[in-house]
Every structure is written in C-alpha cells, then in structure tokens.
Design a protein around this ligand. Sequence first.
Ligand code: TYD
Ligand code: MG
Length: 464
Amino acid sequence: MSAKKKTGTTAYRCTSCGYTQPRWLGRCPDCGEWNTLQEVSLQDEAPAGPGSIIAGSASGGGGAFSPRVAPRPIPLSAVEARSGSRLPTGIPELDRVLGGAVMKRSAILVGGEPGIGKSTLLLQAAAGAATNGRILYVSGEESAAQIRSRADRLGLPLDRIELLCTGRLEDIGRALSDVNPVFVIVDSIQTVYSPEAGAVPGTVNQLKLCAHELVAWVKERDAVLFLVAHVTKEGSIAGPKALEHLVDTVISFERNDDEVRFLRALKNRFGSVDELGIFRMTEKGLQAVEDPSGMFIVRRSGDLPPGVAVVPVFEGSRVFMVEIQALTVSAKGAMTRVFSDRVDAARVSRVAAVLEKRIGLRFSDQDIYVNVAGGVRLVESAIDLALAAALYSARTDIPSPPSTALIGELSLAGEIRPVNRLRQRVKAAASLGFGTVMAPEADSGSRAVKDVREAVSALFGKAP
Ligand code: TYD
Ligand code: MG
C-alpha cells in the first residue's frame, strides 16, 4: 500500500454510473462495470444543488426553478404548518394505500413490472383528481396517440389532461414552469435523462439526478408528483431502489394471477404501509374489487381436502379470509426442510415443533410445504392456530371440518394466546358463512379453545 496523497482532493468516478469513491478499483462497486473508474479532481466540482438544471422560473426567490440562493435558518415558530392538504385521486383504493389521499408537495414512486397497469392507474387517477388545477402527464415511453387511445378505451375525459412526450429533463422543467400543474405524472423515470448527468441515458446517476430535480420542484409547489418506475420481476426495485430515499412514498404494484393487482406502500411518510389496494384489470381499466374479504378463500363443493385451514387476517384496516395449505412428505435425506414463501418458514417450524411436542405428532422426519391461496403473505401471529390445523390435517390426512375459521397465536407451551381485533375477525368470518369460529376467547359467537390439544380434538374428532 502506498502512502496516502492529497487526501480529499481527488476521487475516482465511474464513467458509467457516476459512483464516486476515494480509491481506484478495477470494478465499480455500484454498477459492476469494469475499468470505468477515472480520477477526477474534487476541487473543480460545483455541488449539484436543487434547481441547478431545472432553471429559468419566473417565480423568483428561492423556488426550485430559480437560481440557487443559499438558504438561511428560520425560527421553527415562523414556519407555516401545512396539515390536511391532501388531494384525492378519485380512486379510493389508491387513496387508501397513500394514507387517505395524495399529500401535496410530495413525490410518489410507483413501481411494478412492465404491463402490470401503472400507466393505466395513473391516467385514471389524473382524470379523477379532485382539483381544478392543471394536470400534466409526461410520457417518455408512449406516443401521444397511444395515450389518447388508452384514455378513449377507458372512457376518460380528455380535456383535463395535458400531455408532454419527452424524456429530456430540461424540456420537462420548461413545461412545469409554463403549465404550473398541480398533478404531475412522469412515466417513467427511467426514460428521463439530462445531458448534465453524463452521456449515457439510463444510468443510476441519470436516474438519481433527474428524480432529485423533479422532487425538488414538487417540494416547493402545492402539487403532487408521481414517478413511474419499472421494476423487474427478480430485483424488486433494482435501479429505482436508489430513488426510494428521495421520494416521500413508494407504492408497488404486484399481481397474483392474470387479473388481480395488489397495490401496497413500501414506504410512506404520510401514512401507514399496511393498507392493501386490490384491483382487477378489466376491459375498462383497473376496477377496485368491491368486497375483497372473501376473495382468497377457495370455494369448494363437498368436503375439504386434507391440509387446509382458514383464518381471518388483517391487511391494514380490512379483514380477509385466507386459506392456508400444507403438505408434509417423508424427507428423502437426513435433513428435513420447510418450503414456505408466504408464511415465514421459522413460524412453520415452530408451530410444527409445538404440535410434535404437545400432541406427539411427528414432524421432525418430514419435509413441510406451506402455501397461501391467492398469493398473499401472512405475517400475523394470529395465523398460528390455522397453520397448526393445516399441518395436523396434512400430516394425518384428516380434513378440517368445513365452514370453520381458526384464530389464535400459539405459545411454545401449546396455549392459544389472544389476538388483537378479535371481534372484527369473528364478524368477517361469520359474514362469509363460516358457521364455526375457534378463537382464544368467546366473542361474538366464537368458540373459545384454550390450547392446541383441545383445538385438535374439537376439529379432528378424536383425542390426539
Ligand atoms: P399498462 O398500464 O400499460 O402497464 P404498465 O404501464 O405498468 O406497463 O397496462 C398494460 C396492460 O393492461 C396491457 O396488457 C393491456 C391491459 N389493459 C387492460 O386489460 N384493460 C385496459 O383498459 C387497459 C388500458 C389496459
Ligand atoms: Mg406504462
């Protein structure tokens, strides 16, 4: 190792993504390109402040468009509090996920794989936005004619939305200052580029710089900004991950089957991240699923197959009935495994261990598979009892009784522990035709069960 020289005056910057770091490396740690790090002098660098590219506003004095003025501290007491300035999108499912409606002066990143319906959702939101202000839809992906034909197909009013088809940040900045919109969609952030951020469009550096400029704009306006981000199936928000800390809210669009779309917040500065929005992609665009509480139960005629049990779970403020499915097979090798994507595998192992210890049903030589109908992920401890019943039923091949819902957390001693919001869960189960509800306490007609032994003998007939 050679001695340090001129610490802090030079650095090495990746010509591909702009990542800068103090030592030369053969491979960029950020984008993974080889031989792209070049020495740069830090003294020549001007810091890239907000508004450095989107410039030329007439507003003057401190806005994101005006030339940079060094900010000064102001007393907290002199700051005007802005509460309750939200703007409904006219799509209640979307508003719910956002924490009520869109907060003004905020930027929302909308992620999802190509074709899932991001452009459709935002066009519908733009058309329904509760504002008299102007609405700007910037598209770097589709032509104006394509967007027009989507709007026609959806039957949306055309006169409210103004279109700009470009990816060039400077052009977007000009349109923002000309139009002064209150509702802005940039579809997608991956198509936005600025020559200021290097020669190559689409790099992480471009993404960060352009998003930063746009977000800086909305922070100074009574407006809302949606940034669409394409996400590949594998790498959740791969490139756009770098943008998550720049925006106020990140919502993600996921699908379970061909039609159903889930919308959830991954980050929300202005609300919870628990709410789930559920849509169906139809001929006429995205439609909210009206009463989704029963959509994850599998309707069957006749007896249940072995290995399934139903539990009411909360997603945000709503209750959904979901079916847990389990399968056990003798392990081929000495090692047993748990295959479970939708329920934490550690929870599955723990519940199996409780069953083995407390009622003597052997799981320790079994491979265990657990799935959840409808593809939702279950994290609540209230699912333990239903999971135990599914595992017991899978292992013994005895089906659970029909029309029975199970609620309860399981302690290691096999006791059934209380859960929150029991009454709402019991009500939801009853309203969907579950005649028997077993729960830690008797409430609104549920039957109390005190431990796993009692539950198993009540469900499967014989004393274990
Ligand atoms: P789109 O919003 O373009 O997806 P994204 O912007 O996330 O890439 O939606 C694309 C899909 O949705 C496409 O396969 C067509 C389908 N679609 C409908 O089924 N119904 C409709 O009314 C619309 C507009 C699209
Ligand atoms: Mg699109």
